[in-house]
Structure formats: structure tokens, C-alpha cells
Design a binder for this molecule. Structure first.
Ligand SMILES: *Cc1c(COP(=O)(O)O)cnc(C)c1O
Length: 384
């Protein structure tokens, strides 16, 4: 049901504004119908390669390996680099669990750094002190709309001969100093969940220029079938194959990537212009020296001066039909990892503050101007 029809049905005075609504058009419909008309609905079919090539090309990479979601893209990316038992990978504590899970599932150990207070991206200046003889890679995760300051990380990677795993799930189409996010990693990963810049419902992709790594990823996604005798396996793989139906959505979405970014920037600029006078909130940076914010989400952090806690704010917005999401919960504070004996007594104060006081407001590509006005009015009403 579209927003309009749901509103008409309810004919209520309260607008509902979901935290994310994707934008789907007739182009997606056309390609989906093509799948049905031709019968190509499995993981074979022409849209897969087309989608893989479009994503790889956009990120200056040679190979795209489409999989069922971004989490498993990270998983096979780590494995394809040969990272395993006794290896360490440096990553931010403030991120989604998929990043740490990929490292742990490969048998390796995640090693954490804090995040920066103004971008919530990993603190680049804490990385070098975490490098040990066991460190094999740095997982760079671009968060919430601004890329990680990646040049110093590339220098470290060169100095210590480390691989870069770039999680560009929130940064497809974003650039760092004019170069696309997803182009910096030995492997880069994308997600096509409905709140990402390009969606296939569920979906993900590994990008790489390395032929051997690409072949490993293709094998891991396809049960590690050998090229010789079918159904004979040297290694355990997975069935992580994306379908042609999903890729059809992706091809249509890729055609509009620039427009999606323009719309997100419009949303972000509107919120900042309308809300920035509220002293009790920390707003996302509009730009840094290396990038313009593309507002993957519109994050806000409640300052200590605020008369309302984040819980009260979120509650008041919920009462008005406005969806929100809390910030990520840090890896070093995850009960599941505590049980595994990981990150004991580690503290990352900046990330702890962000996780406790941050949330984001509706900014899906399908949002209307009326809905944004409604969100702004609600927040102003609460504070004034
Ligand atoms: C969404 C996301 C993922 C996981 O992608 P799924 O497709 O949801 O599995 C990984 N990393 C980051 C930074 C993400 O935002």
C-alpha cells in the first residue's frame, strides 16, 4: 500500500512517516515483467551480470559478485582474502554486527577502534596502535553519509602490508576526494537492503579488481562447486546466489543512482536548514575536507543540555506517527560477544555516547515534502 492510499483509507489528521520508504518506479516494473515473460527467475539470467557490471563500473572495480545480502558479502569477502584463524582485523566498534560477524565466522579476531564525535566514522588515528604482527586487514566502514578519511588508512595498509575491506553499504555513489567509495578496498561490499541507495529488496555484492579473489567469491557463493566433476567439493561453500528477479530491480535502481543521491542531499539540506537552531541536538556535518554529506540517514545526537532524553524524544515522535531508529549498538557492548570473551573491559567513550544518545529521523527516498514538513514541525513543537 502506498502512503497516499493508506492516508486516504485512514483519512486521519495524523500523517504517518515511516523511517524509510523506498522509491520504486515503472522501470523496475518493466524489468520485473521481463523476468516473468522470459522465465529467468533463478540466479541465472541476464540481469545478474548487467547489475554486477553496473555496480563494479560505478566503483572503478573490475568484478562484481552479487549475493543475497550485504552481511554475507562481507563474510565471503573476508574469507576470499584468506583471512582466518590467528588473524586480526581492525574495525570500528560503532557499526552493524555484520562486520564483526564476518570476521568471527572466518575464525579471525575483530580488533576495535572508537569513532569520531562529529562523523561517527572510525577514528583513523587509533588504528596504528592496534596493529600487531597478527593484523591482516582493516575493515573500513563508511557510516551515515560521510566516508571514512581513508587516505591515512591506505598509507598504513601500505606500510604494514594490510588488506583493506571496504564496507560501502551506506556509501554507494558517495565519493572520497572525488573517487567513488567502494573503489578503495582490495574488496568492497555493498548492501541492497531497502534503506540503501540502491535496493533489490534483499541483496549484496562483493567488488574487487583481483581476479583470484573474485573467483574465490564466486565459488563461495555457489557451494564451492569445482570446475571438474560437478558435485565434488574440496571446500564448504554456501548458496548465497542472488536471483535475476532481484538483479532486475537493481539494474533499474542503478540507472537512477545519481538521482537517489540528489534526493537524499535535498532531504538532508532541508532538515539541517529547518532544525539547526535547536541547540540541544547535534546535527550531521554538511561536508568535510574530503566529501559532501549524502545523508544516507539523517542522524541526530541528543546533547547533555537537552531537557528530553533520546527515549522521550523518540516516544513523542512515535506518538505523532513518525518512525525513528536508534544508532548502532557498539560491538564491545554486545552481549553475544561478551559471552564469547571478546572485548573484555574495553571502553570507547565516543561511540558509547553516540550509541546511547543518537537516533535518526525519516529520510527514505520515497519521502514527500509534506512528510518532511510534518517531521520538522513535530520536532520544533517538542523543543519550543
Ligand atoms: C546494511 C549494512 C550492512 C548489511 O547489509 P544487509 O544487506 O542488511 O545484510 C553491512 N554494513 C553496513 C554498514 C550496512 O549499513
Amino acid at each position: 500500500m502506498t502512503l497516499q492510499s493508506s492516508l486516504q483509507k485512514k483519512s486521519s489528521l495524523i500523517l504517518t512517516v515511516p523511517v524509510n520508504e523506498p522509491l520504486l518506479t515503472d522501470q523496475e516494473k518493466k524489468y520485473l515483467i521481463e523476468c516473468i515473460d522470459t522465465g529467468w527467475i533463478s540466479s541465472e539470467g541476464p540481469f545478474i551480470a548487467q547489475f554486477e557490471d553496473a555496480c563494479a563500473q560505478q566503483a572503478y572495480q573490475k568484478h562484481g559478485i552479487a549475493v543475497v545480502n550485504g552481511s554475507v558479502a562481507l563474510e565471503i569477502a573476508v574469507r576470499a582474502l584468506g583471512i582466518g584463524v590467528d588473524d586480526e582485523v581492525i574495525m570500528p566498534t560503532f557499526t552493524i554486527i555484520s562486520c564483526a560477524a564476518a570476521i568471527i565466522r572466518a575464525g579471525a579476531t575483530p580488533v576495535l577502534v572508537d569513532c569520531d564525535a562529529d562523523t561517527w566514522n572510525m577514528s583513523v588515528d587509533q588504528i596504528e596502535q592496534k596493529i600487531t604482527p597478527r593484523t591482516k586487514a582493516i575493515m573500513v566502514v563508511h557510516l551515515y553519509g560521510l566516508p571514512v578519511d581513508i587516505d591515512p588508512i591506505l598509507q598504513l595498509a601500505k606500510k604494514y602490508q594490510l588488506k583493506i575491506i571496504e564496507d560501502a553499504a551506506e556509501a554507494q555513489g558517495q565519493t572520497y576526494k572525488g573517487k567513488p567509495c567502494g573503489s578503495f578496498g582490495d574488496v568492497a561490499c555493498l548492501s541492497f537492503y531497502p534503506n540503501k541507495f540502491v535496493t533489490t529488496g534483499e541483496g549484496g555484492m562483493v567488488l574487487t579488481c583481483n581476479e583470484v579473489v573474485a573467483e574465490r567469491c564466486r565459488s563461495l557463493r555457489n557451494l564451492c562447486f569445482k570446475s571438474g566433476r560437478r558435485f565434488v567439493h574440496d571446500e564448504l561453500g554456501h548458496n548465497y546466489r542472488m536471483t535475476n528477479v532481484q538483479a532486475a530491480l537493481g539494474v533499474a535502481q542503478m540507472e537512477r543512482l545519481d538521482k537517489h543521491i540528489a534526493k537524499k542531499r535535498m532531504i538532508g539540506d532541508y532538515y539541517t536548514t529547518q532544525l539547526r537552531k535547536i541547540d540541544h541536538l547535534q546535527f550531521p556535518l554538511e561536508q568535510t575536507s574530503y566529501a559532501f554529506n549524502n545523508y544516507w540517514v539523517y542522524p541526530l545526537v541528543v546533547k547533555p543540555s537537552s531537557p528530553y532524553s533520546v527515549d522521550v524524544l523518540v516516544q513523542r515522535l512515535t506518538e505523532r506517527g513518525i518512525g525513528t531508529r536508534p544508532f548502532f549498538w557498539n560491538m564491545h557492548e554486545q552481549p553475544v560477544f561478551a559471552r564469547m570473551g571478546l572485548f573484555r573491559n574495553e571502553r570507547y567513550p565516543v561511540a558509547e555516547n553516540a550509541a546511547r544518545n543518537g537516533f535518526y529521523i525519516p529520510s527514505g527516498l520515497g519521502i514527500s515534502h509534506e512528510q518532511m514538513e510534518y517531521v520538522v514541525r513535530a520536532i520544533k513543537d517538542i523543543f519550543y
